[in-house]
Design a protein around this ligand. Structure first.
Ligand code: NDP
Length: 289
């Protein structure tokens, strides 16, 4: 039976490391009141988005990051959002800006994301940061893909030379994961809704990362014996419980390691947001460690 990766525990360790890092910086001369700041922008009243933003702001406080919450009505215009982002871009105490997605239907996300200063784009979604990722250059990476890489590294399984299959190709999740795995010298196949014979691809994979959002879409008996499985998908089952994309009970008997849902990638996504915020604060304030 495979090892079930404990995302909550790994996230706790990351958060503890960040708390200590902030404390170390504050001990440096001239930095005693140093504090990273994260501005969150929530537009509208979507209960899931409100809960996500609340979780992120609470996690900020726990590690010593100042959260600056901004709430706009669902009727907010693109101009109002861009004006707010412009103000936050200029504030020296705000080192990261998070625009909670999805947005109300009348707002296009792309121009709003592009209004965020690339060095404050802690979600790694600005075209400059996405371009840097494609080019393999230093830049802010999206949080969920960073969380996936962290979990794989914590599993102890090598990536280099492995056959990796990523299911899902969104700009937020699937595509950046595929690029990060490629950078680490995996041989990467990206699958999506139009992929023929998905099962055949998965059967050959040493590592499967799935980000679809459909319960049990990845059958447990497709998983190669000894493979690693990271399940990013989150869906609510008919019983109200959260479920991933992978048929977990069967897959875990075949996999060397597997991430559960909930308690896998989710907690690390938040931890990586905090890590990105600390990193942007260090760079903007020229901290030397
Ligand atoms: P999207 O809906 O943007 O993308 C889903 C992807 O899955 C698409 O590329 C789509 O293909 C592909 N897909 C859909 N159905 C199938 C199928 N039957 N077989 C193969 N591929 C399929 O979602 P996101 O990328 O934003 O999110 C994916 C999942 O991850 C969701 O469940 C979301 O809730 C979860 N998530 C979890 C996070 C966490 O912290 N754990 C953070 C972010 C997301 P195509 O491109 O052809 O349409």
């Amino acid at each position: 039976m495979g090892v079930v990766l404990d995302g909550k525990q790994h996230a706790r360790t990351v958060r503890q490391g960040l708390r200590e890092r902030i404390a170390r910086i504050r001990r440096q001369p001239g930095f005693h009141d140093w504090q990273p700041g994260l501005a969150t922008i929530l537009i509208g009243e979507d209960p899931a988005s409100r809960a996500y933003v609340g979780t992120k702001e609470k996690a900020c406080r726990e590690v010593g990051i100042a959260p600056f919450g901004h709430r706009l009505p669902a009727t907010a215009s693109a101009d109002e959002v861009v004006t707010l982002i412009g103000r936050l871009n200029a504030r020296p105490d705000v080192h990261g800006i998070l625009l909670q997605l999805p947005l109300p239907d009348h707002l296009e996300p792309a121009p709003l994301i592009e209004a965020i200063r690339p060095d404050k784009d802690v979600d790694g979604l600005h075209p400059v940061n996405q371009g840097r990722l494609v080019l393999g250059q230093d830049g802010l990476r999206p949080c969920t893909p960073l969380g996936v890489m962290h979990l794989i590294d914590q599993s102890g399984m090598a990536i280099e030379g492995k056959r990796a299959v990523v299911v899902g190709r969104s700009n937020l999740v699937g595509k950046p994961i595929a690029l990060l795995l490629l950078q680490r010298n995996a041989t990467v196949t990206t699958c999506h809704s139009q992929t023929a014979n998905l099962a055949d691809h998965i059967r050959q994979a040493d590592l499967v990362v799935t980000a679809i959002g459909q319960i049990d879409a990845i059958k447990g008996d497709w998983i190669k014996e000894g493979a690693g499985v990271i399940d990013v998908g989150i869906s609510r089952g008919s019983n109200g419980l959260l479920k991933g994309d992978v048929e977990f009970a069967i897959a875990k008997d075949r996999a060397a390691y597997i991430s559960p849902v909930p308690g896998g990638v989710g907690p690390l996504t938040v931890a990586m947001l905090l890590a990105n915020t600390v990193q942007t604060a260090e760079r903007q304030t020229k901290v030397r460690m």
